[in-house]
Design a protein around this ligand. Sequence first.
Ligand code: SF4
Length: 502
Amino acid sequence: MLELQYRMPNEANALTAKTGADASPSAASVPAKVGFVSLGCPKNLVDSEVMMGLLQQAGAELTARAEDADVIVVNTCSFIESAQQESVSTILEMVRRKTDGRARKVVVAGCLVERFRDEIRKNIPEVDSVVGTGELEKILEATGIGTSTDKSPFRILSSRPEGDARVAQGRFSRENWDGATAGLPNYLYDETTPRVLATPRHVAYLKIAEGCDHPCTFCIIPQLRGKFRSRRFESVIAEAQRLAQEGVREITLIGQDTTCYGEDLGLHDGLPLLLERLAAIEELRWVRFLYAYPNKITGRLLETIAAHDKICSYVDVPLQHASPAVLKRMKRGGGADIFLRSLEKMRRTIPDLILRTTFIVGFPGETEKEFEELCEFATQAEFDWMGAFGYSDQEGAGAFGLERKLPAREIEKRRKHLMGIQQKISRRKKKALIGREFDLLLEGASEETDLLLEGRTSMHAPEIDGKVFVNEVPEGLEPVAGEFYRCQILESHDYDLVARIV
Ligand code: SF4
């Protein structure tokens, strides 16, 4: 569970908070205190930041302590079963604060609402309101803090032919879901939307697109988030410029598929064009994007990364599997040979490229041989970072009806085996970094021990990759969180590094 530690409101916002509050549970002149619990991925985190921005603008006071909150918002995840369980237990924990604590209202937002809207209301009656992923501005009514405009300026009407075709194929259908009653989400914030960042001052996520048109059979995100749609190009640039002026030095572009960016707007090479413009923003030091779709990584994109120092030499491409037969059942295509050629081209174009991927292990019908193909591929590909999920059955996903489901124990055994392979690769790769120097973005005191500082190099995306612990700083230097320092790697572990500031 991530309870948000957002930045404190600036003076102008604080003034709004004093004059605009109309939802205090006890007195009209006292602003309601709202606490957020944000679960799931960075895309969900940005939604939480937008809802916090809308609430703050309407006069709410935000609190990072759930026990101080009059209203608690739980922004949920519904990606896989374990995420759903975590969401439900967090909701139950928060509704207990209505009887045991100060909370007067609990609002549930996010992906779980898109999947189980009616069930949440029926089975947890203590929940006061629900807000889906496509109706973020409704958070104002849901919390009782304000009123959203009927004519939301944020509706996106464009789409890709692929999205329209998938609609016709029933990709976005929620008919088999009892609890999902609302239409498909069609919301996307823009540069005028208020947003309160929950990340450290020097870093920010920037959502450039929402939804997904791909047909992957293990995934229900398209039904939860709607058709793929991009933010306007200039809207992204304007927000990045504002963030940079406010002190953000690292921007991470996110979306379900960032490599499709702009296709619905009629833009060719949308992502490379966007990266080039972002790289020209003086105050920014690092720009990266996550969640590339394998066959959407073009030569133009790779050349753009290679040509700009500020664009991190980092590609996150979730491949999901390497056996052509499994990938076909996943409705993704590709296979080990194609992927290896593609990775080789990426490494040839971008010197010192850092590659991250994610795999799903134990997909229905995955034979021993197909799993071995995956292991062999992981061994040959030598990713710098790798994540592995066990397959999780999702009603409404294409794979739900497939036969030959694997037992949970076997799935976990395979997942651990694959991670064991990656552990050795990672250990070797990290060891090879000893003695080399890198720019380090200092993040502050280590979460693990007060004796160390910690930070990241451009090889490390925020929150998902390993860390660099700093155990030595030059005499007289007072290191400051959010600043960049040159560091030399002294030690390596399986995933983390130890460095000194030089
Ligand atoms: S690309 Fe596939 S896995 Fe990723 S969000 Fe879209 S449907 Fe899901």
